[in-house]
Design a protein around this ligand. Structure first.
Ligand SMILES: Cc1cc2nc3c(=O)[nH]c(=O)nc-3n(C[C@H](O)[C@H](O)[C@H](O)COP(=O)(O)OP(=O)(O)OC[C@H]3O[C@@H](n4cnc5c(N)ncnc54)[C@H](O)[C@@H]3O)c2cc1C
Length: 385
């Protein structure tokens, strides 16, 4: 097993770093560094800059407009974005619906949607979860029935991240209630401007509006907006969820949080023995996770098409370390972190986002498949229990 990068991979890392340094607008860089929410237009602007360079879709093969990178190049690219720090390309578009369409979509769907997905001309959201269907996604109840060349969709979806910004939603609906749950599910693409679609905000403990409920009342969806065959949505769902977990460890982000925590603690005279001990424990955890990540990546050099169940370790450890790093920063910021606001624009206001980010990251161990469920996967697929 070779855990070192090749010379070409190191040269690639330098190229990515230089591109980010010269092309990322300072205002966006500062907002990400301070943990402030970006506006939709800022996310779109950066994704279009990446797309001009051919880098907005790291996991896409060349034939579908991607850079055709190896799995190691993809990881280096994301790691550089996280450490810069710079925004990632919009995951709903680039990691989720894009790969689904170039793998399962019709030629017409590929031509219609893929270029717009890459350039963020259309913003997508994920309409999977429902009030009674999260970890047990196959229990979903939103239903569709055929009416000529349309489906009529009724139901409720929950937790749609950035759904209020979205032009389109990829969603799962029940099209056959008489078979076992997984066998009666279909994937549909819903235009969010369709009559009958209502988006309502869910305000979370971090004081932000990122997630939503989406109500579907008699929404008419043309048949050509179905992905794959009717009742065959479950396999596509598993493919999509596997991609959602890609890069989820976000080690670079945790490193950046620890770096900030140390700088802030030094400034606030908060870097006492207990603080340094905690910081060191997180850094050791990150180093160990990095080695695990390299092992998983090395395996994927040969078998990039097969999801590695060990990536569940990256999800569990990565999110727990990110939560620990955000807690460290909270401790370093001290009482200044008690303020909570995204409306501050001056440089000295960074502390106002520390508590809010700490709360935001509580959810990281829930979405993308909860950590408890990842542990079930590890028990079965890795430990053979
Ligand atoms: C911030 C945020 C953003 C999200 N964004 C989206 C989005 O954009 N689109 C979307 O469709 N969904 C989204 N979700 C929903 C997310 O996928 C679900 O919250 C997640 O799947 C868990 O489902 P649940 O909330 O219904 O909890 P439940 O499934 O009810 O789980 C409750 C608790 O029970 C545990 N549990 C459940 N089953 C098992 C089991 N078999 N073994 C052991 N423990 C178990 C869970 O780990 C959890 O701790 C988002 C959620 C959050 C918090």
């Amino acid at each position: 097993m070779d855990l070192r990068f090749t010379d070409d991979e190191l040269a690639f890392r330098a190229e990515v770093r230089e591109f980010i340094r010269t092309r990322l607008p300072e205002a966006i860089h500062r907002k990400v560094a301070e943990g402030r929410a970006l506006r939709k237009d800022e996310i779109v602007q950066w994704q279009r800059t990446l797309n001009e360079k051919g880098w907005a879709t790291p996991s896409w093969p060349r034939e579908h407009g991607g850079p055709g990178w190896s799995v190691v190049q993809r990881w280096i690219f994301l790691d550089e974005l996280h450490q810069a720090p710079a925004p990632e390309p919009l995951s709903f578009n680039v990691n989720m619906i894009g790969p689904v369409l170039f793998t399962f979509g019709t030629e017409a769907q590929k031509q219609r949607f893929l270029p717009r997905i890459a350039n963020l001309d259309d913003w997508w959201c994920q309409g999977f979860s429902e009030p009674g269907a999260g970890s047990d996604l196959a229990a979903l109840k939103a239903a569709a029935r055929r009416d000529g060349d349309h489906y009529i969709v009724n139901g409720q979806k929950a937790w749609q991240g950035m759904g209020h910004c979205a032009d389109w939603m990829f969603t799962l609906v029940r099209t056959d209630a008489s078979v076992k749950p997984q066998a009666g599910i279909t994937m549909l693409l819903i235009d969010m401007r369709s009559p009958g679609v209502t988006v309502r905000p869910i305000h979370t403990i971090d004081g932000r509006h990122e997630v939503n409920e989406v109500f579907l009342d008699g929404v008419r969806v043309p048949l050509d907006c179905r992905v794959g065959d009717e009742n065959k949505g479950w396999d596509i769902t598993k493919f999509l969820l596997g991609n959602e977990r890609t890069g989820i460890a976000r080690i670079g982000m945790s490193k950046e949080l620890v770096r900030r925590a140390k700088a802030v603690a030094a400034q606030n005279d908060a870097d006492d023995g207990r603080f340094r001990e905690r910081a060191a424990a997180i850094e050791i955890g990150l180093k160990a996770l990095e080695i695990t990540q390299m092992r998983v990546l090395d395996g994927m050099r040969e078998h990039a098409d097969k999801p590695d169940p060990r990536s569940s370790i990256l999800k569990v450890q990565g999110t727990e370390l990110r939560q620990a790093a955000s807690e460290l920063l909270l401790r370093a910021a001290g009482p200044a972190a008690a303020q909570c606001a995204d409306e501050f624009d001056d440089a000295s206001s960074w502390a106002t986002t520390v508590a809010s980010n700490y709360f935001t990251l509580r959810a990281a161990s829930v979405y993308g498949g909860s950590n408890e469920v990842q542990k079930n996967i590890l028990a079965k697929a890795v430990l053979g229990l």
